[in-house]
Write a protein that binds this ligand. Sequence first.
Ligand code: GLN
Length: 302
Amino acid sequence: MNMPANPAQPSGRAAPPNVPAPPASDAAARPGTAPAGPSGPDSRLGIVHLYPTLMGTYGDAGNVAVLRHRAAGRGIGVEIVTVGPGDPVPALGDLYVIGGGEDHGQVVAARLLRQSGALAAAVTRGAAVFAVCAGLQVIGTDFEVAGGAIEPGLGLLDARTRRREPRAVGEVLADPDPALGLDFLTGYENHGGGTELGDGARPLARLRERPGGGHTGIGNGAGGPAGDGTEGAYAGHVLGTYLHGPVLARNPGLADLLLAWAAGRDLAPFAAPYVPELRAERAAYVTAGTLSPAAFDPAVPS
Ligand code: GLN
């Protein structure tokens, strides 16, 4: 992978926050004929972090740090390009990551990405996409923001978002589609939009049932107050979730699935200390509604 890096600081061509400027020519981000994926002349995995200044609520930027850490644990180098408003979107990424955001920020991001066309072209080429909350709404067909305006999305997922009442806020516990081979998902949701899936997308996960009735979270579904019992969506290697946390720190199996999609191969096992205990503690808390101090022993191994 050989992606030109964007400047760390916003350049003179950065768009004002409420008027998306046309991005600089994305041709500048196409380094000739280098093949996509980590098998090209530069074998590093290309991760494109889209608009963290607009889309990065509740620690979502940590997802990229987790991807880098878990790739390094397998000896896989990564090249991370951070894209700000006005920067070109690299065309040759292996994995594109976009976080959650406020309604206004996600409208700006959606317009910039539609104008660019680079993300849609990358998906057509086979690149993977990971989108959180507002990011999920942006990569869907269209989304409604507070006040009722409906904004077109990128159409990378067959999913449309309308308002829901009340806002969905709280901890979530969900069991992923068995086809994905993942353990349970834990995370935190906070959204006023609710997403309905069409036939072209599958739910990422089903919310766990509470012992006393109801679900552990809200997840997908518009209107309200109840959700439709599912959480997130995926189609091919495009995946979106409502979970923050950051979600990949709380669910390393999901991080590994994305890395495997991007790398085009299975990954060696990689254990992270304390993660199983923390996940078990969180699941117990969400199910029972109380913290069990005994569930996690924070003793540091000598
Ligand atoms: N602005 C969107 C909503 O409220 C997404 C929020 C978020 O990303 N946390 O639905």
